[in-house]
Design a protein around this ligand. Sequence first.
Ligand code: CA
Length: 663
Amino acid sequence: MENNRNKDRFDSDEFEALYEYRGTDLGASYGKDETQFKTWAPTATKVSLKLYSCGSKAQAEKDGTKDLCRVLDMEPGDRGTWNARVTGDLEGVYYTYDVTVDDVTRETEDPYAKACGVNGRRSMVVDLDRICPAGWAEDQRLAGQLGEPVIWEVHIKDFSYDPHSGVTPKWRGKYLAFTQKNTSLDGEGEFPTCVEYLKRIGVNYVHLLPTFDYGSVDESKEDENQFNWGYDPMNYNVPEGSYATDARDGHVRIREFREMVLALHQAGIGVIMDVVYNHTYHLDTAFQKMVPDYYYRQERDGTYSDGSACGNDTASERVMFRRYMADSVCYWAKEYHIDGFRFDLMGLHDIETMNEIRRRLDELPGGEHILMYGEPWSADKSAMKEGGIPAVADNIHLLHPRIAVFCDQIRDGVKGDTFLEYEKGYVNGDEKEALEFKPVIEQSILGSSTGRGKIRALAPSQIINYVSAHDDKTLWDKLLFTTVEEPDYEKKYDKLVQMNRMAAGIVFTCLGTPFFLAGEEFARTKKGNGNSFNLSPELNQLDWRRAKEYEELTDYYRFLIRVRKELPLLDHKDTDAPEKVCILPTEDAVLGFYLEETSKKHWKRAMVFYNPYDREEEISLIMGQWRLLSDGVSQHDPKGEEAVKDTYILQPKSVTIFASDTM
Ligand code: CA
């Protein structure tokens, strides 16, 4: 019953009182003349530091150099820490720790590593100030300067792996693809791709799937066909090596990651990282070797809690892991100028931890603008310490107003339940579904913050609106599955393009923050696959030829991104915002709402209508002259359009937007 004793001990206040270490110097602190190594291992009886010349044994053999250079015993310090000081310039030296707990000695990388060798099993001493691309010193976070976020979610490899991406072959699928200027389809200079494309459509935040070091891709292999989403963390504070042009030299991934951030910032785009603190790749981790069973939740019988469905759950409620998460997030914000964080399975973390991270980010200069949002659910129940409150949707009112959640209510309301693949929603359903989901869509218009419905946010600031993300079927595939008997993934269905427009039209006219999966705007398909995490890069990659083929759909998104900024109230995120939106009385399942903001220069008033029916629908307009901005099929130059008044006939399956500057 050793495990049970550990659980009780690590959950106890006494343990925290004795061993909580508040210092900020864990890890290797580099100095030109001396490096200090410090680690937290309160249950260890001995810790030694091992210095290596190379990032892996294989590399030392290949180079023919002496591998292990020095072994030093570390001194026990206060509150369970162990220290060693090594004189000399250790920049670029690799290291590990030998940790002895219960008479068992195991070698491990540093959980606080800032750099590492290939596959992350050896940490590296690094002088971050030496790894600055030109312009880095002037670069800063953009969060707070970009206006209301429009978030585009992409995987680094998906972004540029397509040979038609116009990206130079050696950079395809890598960090550096983001740095190539003036990319175009097949390099022909006509249709923009990659960052050029993002600038054109007007996305202002790129959300990157996990980019810290993860374990499922073997960095030592040159095999470019390896693919994984990366939800299998190894080194939380080091960029993933397989996206670097050289994973063996610990400097390269750091420099190239910074070059990517710099290039996006120069394009006026903020960078959001997907962070996965809720579980680790497996239990063979630095955490588990350093302080066995401290960082992981266990059931009473000693088995490891598995609310992540990945074999383990970390324990955010334990003070040293809570601190670890906050330190790690702040580290990325400071050292890599990251503008936002998306928390995987946030429902596995406790509320106190999430609010503490918000508090810590807020302490940074301009830190209050750094975005925080997460998945307000877990895969299964987790053995959180008694008294801990999970950061799930039901507890959203306990989260800080500037921590947002993915709103599955709008996601499933628009296109049908994600887990029941043939279920339809408001946009792809028939009359029955349209009526059934009307109240859900109405909640969504009001930022899911009215105190009614499934998600009861404090304010629209807590809501991420979306209809597709990397998980589950793409929007196109879901629409295809639910409306076409024998789906043909190569075929362009006009009917589906229209439903896709309508789904996006809804997301972009609701209170909250719009978010979409990269390529949703050009009908991205993964051929019906809803969990492509380890499938081929060819299936996962953005198909840049398709982007051109569906240019009209992309142009509609571009219009929505632009018009959202111009319409009244849609950028309001405070508690009062929903009350300012006036839902109009409409027939059947049609929805309409009126927005007014007299202080706004252009447009002061707007009316928006959703018609989920397959037929035209007549609606009445509020008195006055209106300009038609879009009938939901095409978008118009408002100056060129005739004024509309009294009544209007809505297109089938459409979002229609009118605006006016007269009061
Ligand atoms: Ca890795």
